[in-house]
Structure formats: structure tokens, C-alpha cells
Ligand binder design. Structure first.
Ligand code: UDP
Length: 497
């Protein structure tokens, strides 16, 4: 056994287990790399399909090849990740994850080493996605500590966590159709939270709804974990974090993870005199880099970047509304239209007008560019980008915050509804267009973002970007919390959630 192997044998070994979706996999891979940099052995457990897509489209394999203690594993086939947005889809996914994940995890933990023949030491800890309590159940049988990593914002987690109080106070389920009525039983959000700002799964008539219950039950189990990791920073969500700490005191706020990783990689490269590229892709689609060449030719702070993330689907009619609104606003735009973004809800819609109006095609050629998938972090960091029309997914929100890019929010589902409220009303670094995409409103709000209120929003976004960067510098809150997380994993001692 050489020295590296000996060192590896003495280091802790963490199993990282994400929910099978792009945003979750992305942030948990960033965490994995941060822990690898600290000399911790990692086994990353993806679903079968996600694993295959990572191999095809990301640079995970080449990037992690420099860490001898990294091992990529996958669950057996049988999990369909594509129906998450259909009614019952969340519960269906949970059922599959439980029935496939439970026996697999049990077998993995029964082995002396949780590796793929890579000579790894036995597993010492699990970092599971904060909505995968199957990991808690299995780990408990083996006496292995589990930390939870909830990949959404603290504010959205807290909104989910307070659902029992909302039910008790009669605020859920909603009675009547007024979505602007205030919600007063989410502590710390009184005064600005409305019904429409609660996570979308709260929009149910019947509290026995299986998707609503799956997510609620998963959230309520969080205090069973030994600690809770969140991809956020204290200056962004401090007041909400104080509320969470009353239930989960062992909180590690270590975000924004993508920027944190970039910074630590730079320091590592300098210190080790190595020549490693910082280019990092965890994409499940092929990145189309033509958009960077296109951005290079656009004026400074002139482009609206449009992307609705990896899960959103919209009807063709909504797409037309957006397209008209964007074109009529007169701004330059870069738009990600995933191959599976448009889905007709029924045959009637599917057969309705499919051809693009000529004027949209012309305007797009003149001042727009479309791709199926973009290297988003790079796009948002590009000097030509001045605004982001986003679905308010948490990764996208943080990526925009770090680059000081103001957002126009059109939340699609889940945590995105409360996220966009905070962007517009609390942090004031963007505008919230929730629940409508009428072409006239789209046009007006893009003009507000990109022209009328541009300076004011850029100023505030720039301030938040500075706070984000400060948190990951040496001595900053996220920097210190990551150090504490690393120490706790190394000593295998956790204060408990
Ligand atoms: N993303 C990307 N290219 C795209 C669109 C999205 O790399 O064209 C990445 C984006 O940078 C983010 C993730 O996909 O890290 C989407 O996660 P998010 O939490 O924003 O939304 P979700 O896809 O989970 O709804």
C-alpha cells in the first residue's frame, strides 16, 4: 500500500445521496468536490438514468479523476424521473426510490467498504438529500450518522416546515379563490407572504393529496438527522435561519456552493502549484457553447438571459406569450428552450398552431439567440448579461445573486413560489411576475427590469453579490461553517439536529 492509499484508508468515507433531479445533483456534486478537496473519501450515489446522463454530458469523470477517494455509484434501473410535475408524480418517484433505494442501501452498508472495488475504507457517515428519509431509516439500522442536505432555500424549507401550523390555524387548505390573502403563520414572513407565495404543493383542495403529503412528511423528519446543511449564506437568510435553528440547531450554511467551490479550487491550485482547469459541468444535457460566442458580440449589460431550469414544462400557448412579450420589449435575449420544455396537456393543444409567427422568427434572428442548454454559470457571469428571466429555482437564484444579475421571476412550482417573493419583496433584487405570463405584462416587466428600474436593481443586486462573496472568503460565515462541517465529519462527532 503506497502513502496515498494509506492516507485514504485513514480518512472518513461519506456516502452522498441526492434526489434524482438536476438542481439536487448539481449542488450535491459541488459539496462532494469541496469535501474531496479536504481529503474526505466520497461515494456519490446517483440514480441509474442520472448516472448515465452525467457520463454523457458532464465532465464529472475527468474532473474527479484527480481525487483518488472519489467513487461514482448508481442505483439499479427502474426510477422514472420524468413525471415529477404530473399529478401524483412526486409520490410515484418516492415509491420507486424507496423500493429500489432501500435494498441497495442496505447492501451497500452491509459491505465492509461502500466502494466499487476502489479500496475505500468503510462508510463513516451519510449526507442524504433532505427529502430522502429512506437513507435515515437504513442508516439507523447500521448506527451510521446521517446529515441532511436540503438543496432548496432556507426560506422555502421553513415554509414547508410550518405547514402543520398553517393547517392548525385554518390557513390551509385555502377556502375561496383569493390568492392574495396574507398568510400569517409562517414565523418571520408575516407581513409579506400571501397564499400565492407558499410552495405550489400547498395549492390543494384536499390535504390528503399524495404529493403534498410526501413532501410534508419528508420535511418534518429533518430533526432526525444529526445536522442540516443548507446552500445559503447568513447575510441572505439570517432571520429565517434563526427560526430554523430553534428546531435544527446543528445548521451548516455553506453556500453559495458553486462560488465557494470555485474559490477553494483556485486557492488549491495556487497552493499545490497544479494546473487544474476550473471548468466544471454537472449538466444532464449537452451544453451549447455557441451562446458564449454570441454573448461575446453583444454590448455590455444589454442581454436578457431566459431559462426556466431543468424541470419546468409549459404549453405552446404560454411559450407564445413569453416570446411575444420578449420580442416586443425590444431587448437582446439569450433563451434556453430545452427539448422537453414544451408539453401539450391534451391532443387538442398539441394539434393547435405549431408554426412560429414570422415576426418572432425575424426578431429572434436580429437580436436573439436560442439554445437547448447553456453553461449557465458562465452565461450569468458574462459582462453582456443584464437580467435573468428565471423560474426561481434555488440554484439559478444563487447563481444570479453571485453575479449581481437582477431577476424577473416566473416561478413554476415547489420552492420557487416563495423564492420569487423574497427576490421581489424582501431582497428587492428583482421583480416577481408570479402566476401570469400575459404578453403585455411580460413586455412591461422586462422593460422595467432592463430599462426603467435597471440602475436601482443593479445597485441592490451588486450589494447582495458582495455579501455572497464575503461569506465564502476566509473568515466568512459560509467559509467557517464548511470548516466546521469538515471537522465534524473527520471527528465523526455531530451535535445533533
Ligand atoms: N442550468 C444549466 N443550463 C441551462 C439551464 C440550467 O446549466 O441551460 C443549471 C443551472 O445553472 C442550475 C440548474 O441547472 O444549476 C437548475 O437548477 P435550479 O435549482 O435553478 O432549478 P431546477 O432545474 O431544479 O428547477
Amino acid at each position: 500500500m503506497d502513502q496515498v492509499q494509506q492516507q485514504q484508508q485513514l480518512s472518513p468515507h461519506v456516502l452522498i445521496f441526492p434526489f434524482p433531479a438536476q438542481g439536487h445533483v448539481n449542488s450535491m456534486l459541488k459539496l462532494s468536490e469541496l469535501l474531496c478537496l479536504a481529503g474526505i473519501n466520497i461515494t456519490f450515489l446517483a440514480s441509474y438514468n442520472i448516472h448515465n446522463r452525467l457520463l454523457r454530458h458532464s465532465n464529472v469523470i475527468s474532473r474527479f479523476s484527480k481525487y483518488p477517494g472519489f467513487n461514482l455509484e448508481h442505483l439499479p434501473d427502474g426510477i422514472n424521473e420524468n413525471n415529477i410535475h404530473t399529478p401524483g408524480g412526486v409520490m410515484e418517484l418516492y415509491t420507486a426510490l424507496r423500493s429500489i433505494g432501500r435494498p441497495f442501501l442496505t447492501e451497500l452498508l452491509s459491505k465492509d467498504s461502500g466502494d466499487g472495488g476502489k479500496n475505500m475504507p468503510p462508510l463513516t457517515c451519510i449526507i442524504a438529500d433532505g427529502i430522502l428519509s429512506v437513507a435515515l431509516d437504513v442508516a439507523q439500522e447500521f448506527g451510521l450518522p446521517v446529515l441532511y442536505f436540503r438543496t432548496i432555500s432556507a426560506l422555502a424549507f421553513w415554509a414547508y416546515f410550518c405547514i402543520p401550523q398553517l393547517i392548525e390555524a385554518g390557513e390551509l387548505p385555502f377556502s375561496g379563490n383569493d390568492m392574495d390573502l396574507p398568510i400569517v403563520n409562517v414565523k418571520g414572513m408575516e407581513g409579506f407572504l400571501r397564499r400565492r407565495d407558499l410552495p405550489s404543493f400547498c395549492r390543494v383542495d384536499d390535504l390528503t393529496n399524495p404529493d403534498f403529503n410526501s413532501l410534508l412528511n419528508e420535511t418534518l423528519q429533518t430533526p432526525r438527522a444529526k445536522g442540516l446543511i443548507l446552500n445559503t449564506f447568513e447575510d441572505l437568510e439570517g432571520p429565517i435561519l434563526s427560526h430554523i435553528r430553534t428546531h435544527c440547531p446543528n445548521l451548516y450554511t455553506i453556500g453559495p456552493l458553486h462560488a465557494h467551490l470555485k474559490t477553494r479550487l483556485q486557492v488549491h491550485t495556487l497552493n499545490s502549484n497544479s494546473d487544474s482547469s476550473s471548468y466544471s459541468s454537472n449538466s444532464l444535457w449537452e451544453e451549447d457553447r455557441s451562446c458564449i460566442n454570441w454573448l461575446d458580440k453583444q454590448p455590455y449589460k444589454s442581454v436578457l438571459y431566459v431559462s426556466f431550469g431543468s424541470i419546468t414544462i409549459i404549453t405552446r400557448e404560454k411559450l407564445w406569450e413569453f416570446w411575444h412579450g420578449i420580442v416586443n420589449s425590444g431587448v437582446r435575449f439569450l433563451w434556453v428552450i430545452r427539448p422537453d420544455l414544451i408539453r401539450a396537456w391534451n391532443d387538442e393543444l398539441e394539434s393547435s398552431n405549431k408554426s412560429t409567427p414570422m415576426q418572432l422568427e425575424e426578431a429572434t434572428k436580429e437580436r436573439g439567440h436560442m439554445v437547448e442548454w447553456a453553461p449557465q454559470e458562465e452565461v450569468l457571469a458574462h459582462p453582456a448579461v443584464a437580467g435573468f428571466l428565471t423560474h426561481s429555482g434555488w440554484n439559478s437564484t444563487l447563481e444570479s445573486i453571485v453575479e449581481g444579475v437582477p431577476m424577473l421571476c416566473w416561478p413554476y412550482f415547489a420552492d420557487q413560489q416563495p423564492n420569487s417573493r423574497f427576490v421581489g419583496e424582501v431582497w428587492k433584487i428583482g421583480l416577481d411576475m408570479k402566476d401570469t405570463c400575459d404578453r403585455r405584462i411580460v413586455e412591461k416587466m422586462i422593460r422595467d427590469l432592463m430599462v426603467e428600474r435597471k440602475d436601482e436593481l443593479l445597485h441592490r443586486a451588486d450589494h447582495m453579490a458582495k455579501l455572497a462573496r464575503k461569506s465564502i472568503e476566509k473568515g466568512g460565515s459560509s467559509f467557517c461553517n464548511l470548516e466546521r462541517l469538515i471537522d465534524d465529519i473527520k471527528s465523526a462527532y455531530f451535535n445533533g439536529c
